[in-house]
Design a protein around this ligand. Structure first.
Ligand SMILES: *Cc1c(COP(=O)(O)O)cnc(C)c1O
Length: 488
């Protein structure tokens, strides 16, 4: 192995850019709508504006707002614009962060510290959340020493308010729900949960990371939506990602609080550092000016009319996608999506959806596999309007192929995902995934191929080779028995 090192002499700019461009050749084609997640593209002109505005401020550092008043002002205005959109009260305030995860980390940290500051100290602060809450919440609890009570959702995949009510106790420092939740695209009953939060006098965070910059426009377009934002009295904080439907540059999200009495617990101040008193509003120290500037530019450039138009097109595409899926007899929708997130699963047992996903990938689509239930997820944007028909045609072909070639479900990715979804020993799954991470971030990271894990001589691979096929059969049997019980 030759390890990469900084070249002894600096290289030619043109050659550097050329080699980066060639590396890009293997990446997913987001620009032409082939990725059903990860990238939110609002057209070439907007893209250019993002580059220009980001580049204008990429050297500035928001760590010191005194030095860069421009950045401070843009951040304040992005917060204000977002708070207005989400019907925050006049006292609403917040910070920009690097993304949804950081926004959620901050909301959790603020809730924990607020509880510490106010009451008798709880040894074991808890968060009550539906099982569909984004992993960023679990990560926050993992980092900050809280416990999440994950409450199973109802048959419609929405938070089960009665069960969440039962889970509340004196250790609860935060109630958490999503608008919408990511896996099935449905909005939790924010209104009822808001009342629950008020009864208990605990903060209530609404994770609108993906919905924040699309639900307001869906509502304005006249679609019936439950109230999901600060209009619900119990809601005390919200996260909304500018780098998703806000069409900003990656590294931009907002966390907004009802008033300063919540936000102040997010701040960090160290007074003894020899380098001076150090204050920081969020997780990071140095904060790039680029994402803040580009987010400010994005909101100004798109404007309400632009957001309405993008949302109208995306909703139309999402609806056409749903109609197309429903028309395939072997498939069905998962839940009744409220917004532009659509998931489908198999209605026909003979169709292994992970094998369908593999076929779609071979046809150049990048799709997201979910489990519980086993399904395929799409984040639909205006950029997908022109590819929906082509996708549906490929989907019909893929389903037909898998149905007539059942053996493909035992191969490659399909086999791995199928196993990961069904295996009851989650500790074993975690171990396998950690093995992949070790490879991806270890000394051989540059040449590591994650698809090879499990096939090599790793312990996990060996174990799965031996017990895998039997285990799969047993699990299938269990599935069939469950189906039989259900259909009675
Ligand atoms: C994307 C997302 C997050 C996490 O945001 P990142 O920007 O990926 O850190 C959290 N919650 C929901 C519902 C999301 O869709």
């Amino acid at each position: 192995m030759t390890r990469a090192a900084i070249p002894t002499t600096g290289e030619d700019h043109g050659e550097i850019l050329a080699s980066m461009k060639s590396m890009r050749g293997q990446d997913a084609d987001w620009k032409h709508g082939r990725t059903w997640s990860l990238v939110y593209f609002a057209g070439d002109a907007h893209h250019q504006l993002l580059q220009d505005s980001h580049n204008m401020f990429f050297a500035e550092n928001a760590l010191n707002p005194m030095a860069f008043k421009s950045i401070k002002r843009m951040e304040a205005e992005v917060i204000a614009m977002s708070a207005s959109m989400l019907h925050g009260p006049d006292d609403a305030c917040g910070t920009m962060t690097t993304g949804g995860t950081e926004s959620i980390l901050m909301a959790v940290k603020a809730a924990r510290n607020r509880a510490r500051a106010r009451g008798p100290k709880t040894q074991r602060p808890e968060i009550v959340a539906p099982s569909t809450a984004h992993p960023a919440l679990i990560k926050a609890a993992h980092y900050f020493g809280l416990h999440v009570r994950k409450i199973p959702v109802g048959p419609d995949y929405r938070a089960d308010v009665r069960a969440m009510r039962k889970a509340m106790n004196k250790n609860t420092v935060l109630l958490f729900a999503s608008a919408p939740q990511y896996p099935h695209g449905v909005i939790d009953p924010i209104d009822e949960l808001g009342r629950l939060a008020l009864e208990w006098g605990v903060p209530f965070h609404v994770d609108a990371c993906i919905g924040g910059f699309v639900l307001p426009w869906i509502e304005k377009l006249g679609h019936a939506l439950p109230t999901f934002d600060f209009r619900v009295p119990g809601v005390t904080s919200m996260s909304a990602d500018l780098h998703k439907y806000g069409f900003a540059v990656k590294g931009a999200s907002v966390v907004i609080y009802r008033d300063m009495s919540y936000l102040e617990h997010q701040f960090f101040v160290e007074t003894d550092f020899p380098g001076g008193v150090y204050a920081s509003p969020t997780m990071t120290g140095t904060r790039g000016g680029g994402p803040i500037a580009a987010a400010w530019a994005a909101l100004h450039a798109v404007g309400e009319d632009g957001f309405m138009e993008h949302t109208r097109i995306a909703m139309d595409a999402a609806q056409r996608l749903q109609q197309g899926i429903v028309a395939i007899p072997e498939l069905q929708l998962v839940g009744k999506p409220d917004a532009t997130l659509v998931a489908w699963c198999a209605r026909d047992r003979a169709v292994d959806i992970y094998a369908v996903a593999d076929r779609l990938e071979d046809a150049g689509w990048s799709v997201d596999r979910q489990h519980r239930p086993a399904c395929i997820h799409h984040t639909v944007t205006s950029n997908h309007a022109t590819v929906v028909d082509e996708y549906l045609a490929d989907l019909r072909d893929a389903v037909a192929f898998v149905k007539s070639h059942p053996e493909v479900s035992a191969r490659g990715n399909a086999a791995m995902y199928g196993m990961m979804a069904k295996i009851p020993f989650r500790g074993m799954v975690k171990q396998g995934v950690v093995q992949v991470l070790r490879g991806m971030y270890g000394p051989d990271a540059a040449t590591f191929d994650p698809t090879k894990v499990g096939q090599d001589d790793g312990v996990m691979g060996k174990v799965m080779d031996v017990v895998g096929p039997t285990l799969n059969k047993v699990l299938d049997q269990v599935d069939r028995m469950r189906d039989a019980v259900r259909s009675r």
